[in-house]
Design a protein around this ligand. Structure first.
Ligand SMILES: Nc1nc2c(ncn2[C@@H]2O[C@H](COP(=O)(O)OP(=O)(O)OP(=O)(O)O)[C@@H](O)[C@H]2O)c(=O)[nH]1
Ligand SMILES: [Mg+2]
Length: 403
């Protein structure tokens, strides 16, 4: 229980590492990513310090089946972006080979000149976390790279939509890479993948079947566009030579300019704090129950309630509904701290220890993951050092701003 407090202390005084990272200290950046990957307590303070610096980078997700040519394409993309004078970061989420996968990509890019190599940072993320863990760390690494001042942050993941890391929720622009000859049967890459693509790339454009695959995909997308009105560009690239990659960068930029699918970025926290405190003060149900705000941070809120007679059930213990109300309030506030209306759609609460009159309940919510449309939160309800209830909740993000 001391650790979170140490974190809050650090957060309150600003994180000392971020200025170095923002000044281009690569060793500090690499260490910070390791901390995030290992989910060390110190990573939380860093994450909170990043909040006011995120939102500058264009985050591009590159996904597609294994061996589709994603890394080779990213290598060419990095060269193109460097040639345009950008600072570029790449995070490769590689379940098959956590370290060597990244090294392969790095080796290929290292061929560029010295000035350029100062402007590129490549990192492979070990997928040791399962499910939500990997999604959370990847998201935090992306936020860190964004806060570090890279113009583009490219994320490579295997799979498309169904993978642990849902690239569509992580990126401003999602690119789906389709290798040629996925068939004669393009149906193989069906709805799921096409749904998340902002840009489709037929890779290995020098391959005999590439033209055919491009045509099939265009036909399929034209049919869909007629129904949905959503136009997804299809481009052909040759990663090994860089052919078509200039046009790809143009398409990525065009998508970013349209502003569709912007990631939800954390607002400057001072405003959010004032907003959340007002939100709590104006919530009649929170007032009725005597709920007080202890602390707020990006994606996290701590609330307190002292159990009084009015909170007891027929057994003389704290009513479960009160514990739920406290946890649900922390959940709702954390999810709504970004200026976007978040609506709860699912919650689950376990009661672990009975609570007596006079005890003080503290509920601290934590963001597990947050995407364009969905946020997942966990809340621990404690009395002193004891966890008395654990809550998880999901919100739907409406995309509408709070009044
Ligand atoms: N002919 C040709 N081969 C390519 C091209 N791009 C990639 N390849 C080859 O395709 C193979 C897979 O390429 P990668 O870039 O490693 O593919 P990937 O999608 O990153 O693979 P995983 O990360 O393992 O899923 C390699 O042998 C590449 O040399 C291309 O444009 N043309
Ligand atoms: Mg790869």
């Amino acid at each position: 229980m001391n650790k979170p407090r140490e974190d809050l202390h650090r957060a309150a005084h600003g994180d000392t590492r971020l200025p170095y990272i923002r000044a281009g200290d690569r060793a500090a950046l690499a260490r910070a990513i390791t901390e995030i990957e290992n989910e060390l307590p110190s990573a939380q303070a860093l994450h909170e310090a990043c909040a006011e610096h995120v939102g500058h980078a264009h985050v591009v997700g590159i996904t597609g089946p294994p061996g589709a040519g994603k890394s080779t394409l990213i290598n060419a993309l990095v060269r193109e972006l460097l040639a345009r004078g950008e600072r570029v970061a790449v995070a490769a989420v590689d379940p098959s080979s956590p370290i060597t996968g990244g090294a392969v990509l790095g080796d290929r890019v290292r061929m560029t000149d010295a000035d350029a190599s100062d402007r590129v940072f490549i990192r492979s993320l070990a997928s040791r976390g399962h499910g939500g863990g990997l999604a959370r760390t990847t998201r935090r690494v992306v936020d860190l790279l964004d806060a570090a001042g890279f113009d583009s942050v490219i994320v490579e993941t295997v799979g498309a939509g169904q993978s642990d890391v849902d690239i569509a929720s992580l990126a401003d622009t999602s690119v789906v890479v389709c290798p040629p000859g996925l068939g004669d049967d393009v149906q193989a890459i069906k709805a799921g993948i096409l749904e998340i693509a902002d840009v489709l790339v037929v890779s290995k454009g020098d391959h005999a079947h590439a033209e055919r695959t491009e045509r099939d995909l265009k036909d399929m997308l034209n049919l869909r566009a007629r129904a949905s009105g959503r136009k997804v560009p299809v481009l052909r690239t040759v990663g090994t030579t860089g052919e078509g990659v200039g046009a790809l960068v143009d398409a990525l930029r065009a998508h970013a300019r349209e502003g569709k699918g912007r990631r939800v970025v954390t607002s400057v926290h001072g405003e959010a704090d004032a907003f959340l405190r007002r939100f709590s003060a104006e919530d009649p149900y929170q007032r009725l129950n005597g709920i007080e705000v202890v602390e707020t941070g990006p994606g996290t809120v701590t609330l307190r309630l002292q159990v009084a007679r009015q909170h007891l059930n027929f057994n003389g213990r704290c009513h479960g509904g009160v514990i739920f109300t406290l946890a649900d309030s922390a959940f709702g506030m954390a999810a709504n701290g970004y200026g976007v209306v978040a609506v709860g759609i699912d919650t689950h609460l376990t009661f672990q220890v009975a609570v007596k009159e006079g005890e003080t309940l503290v509920a601290r919510s934590q963001e597990v993951s947050r995407s364009k449309r969905i946020g997942v939160y966990r809340v621990d309800v404690t009395v002193g050092e004891k966890i008395v209830a654990a809550f998880t909740g999901t919100v739907f993000l409406t995309g509408h701003a709070h009044r």
